[in-house]
Design a protein around this ligand. Structure first.
Ligand code: G
Ligand code: G
Ligand code: MN
Ligand code: NA
Length: 250
């Protein structure tokens, strides 16, 4: 109960923060973007992880407000970065309800002056599970605006492949469960090769998530992934650290 009261007030009390995890192109080693990840600094509980409060925010009906804050804040901060890299924002399935999402995205872009090509939205297949046609309409509308859409946590749901046929995602984010210890798991290597060749055929990019070791990185390269995101190449960092990282070295 008190957690509910606290979460309802978290936005107004400025207890929410976005951290950013870098994403790298494997061929060039360039930073190509950052994923925005939300953090809740609770006054007594300390740092509450999103796995704990995002489902709760969905349950008590504040996810739309939080999601809109995330979108506006990420666009505003990214617009001020010294390099025009991409900013990836996670969407909850519930943000597709109410038919306001496309307007919110348009408004966040206009307010921040972020060029539309720099925005990527990440959705899990959970977002497509119910009211699939409504969600697809919104996604197509966003696509027409020029926003990129990634399928997050690919391979962990019930019908990831089915959704690839329904919507042409710009990018497939391959879940960490296929990446972890891939250097010692031939089955994971086989799965990764299959997913990357599928992505080539569908003209989608691939990014490997949760890469933690050089050995994993070598396998990901060998499998032909386009991009990498993980603790090995960069942990989620506050906005100030992003500025420092992107500032040209003199
Ligand atoms: O950074 P990480 O532990 O912190 O994130 C855990 C989970 O929380 C991931 O599944 C991620 O997609 C989700 N998450 C992080 N930030 C956001 C956000 O801004 N909105 C939504 N809906 N989910 C988020
Ligand atoms: O949105 P998504 O479900 O992809 O959220 C990414 C989550 O993975 C975040 O919680 C982020 O902090 C976490 N993460 C990113 N890189 C790594 C990594 O290398 N190892 C682990 N264990 N978690 C990671
Ligand atoms: Mn994500
Ligand atoms: Na993911």
């Amino acid at each position: 109960r008190s957690m509910e009261i606290d979460l309802r007030r978290a936005l107004a009390l400025k207890q929410l923060e976005l951290v950013y995890q870098p994403q790298f192109d494997l061929a060039s080693s360039d930073i190509i973007g950052f994923e925005a990840l939300i953090r809740w600094h609770h006054p007594t509980r300390g740092l509450v992880p999103p796995e704990e409060f995002i489902p709760f925010a969905e349950e008590i009906g504040v996810i739309s407000a939080i999601g809109e804050w995330v979108l506006r804040t990420a666009c505003k901060q990214a617009a001020a970065w010294p390099k025009p890299v991409a900013i990836a924002v996670n969407l909850s399935a519930l943000q597709f309800r109410g038919g306001k999402l496309a307007e919110t995205v348009i408004s966040a872009l206009a307010q921040s002056q972020l060029p539309v090509q720099r925005l990527e939205l990440e959705i899990t297949e959970g977002a497509l599970l119910n009211n699939t046609d409504d969600v697809l309409n919104v996604l197509n509308r966003l696509r027409e605006l020029g926003v990129a859409v990634s399928m997050d946590d690919f391979g962990t749901g019930y019908s990831s492949l089915g959704y690839l046929q329904k919507f042409s995602f710009n990018k497939i984010k391959i879940d960490q469960c296929f990446i972890r210890d891939i250097d010692t798991h031939a089955d994971r290597q086989a799965i990764l090769r299959a997913v990357t060749s599928l992505a080539v055929a569908l003209r989608m990019k691939t990014i490997a998530e949760g890469v933690e070791t050089e050995a994993e990185l070598a396998c990901i390269r060998a499998a032909g992934c386009d991009e990498v995101q993980g603790y090995l190449t960069g942990r989620p960092m506050p906005g100030g650290a992003v500025m420092a990282l992107l500032e040209p070295a003199c």
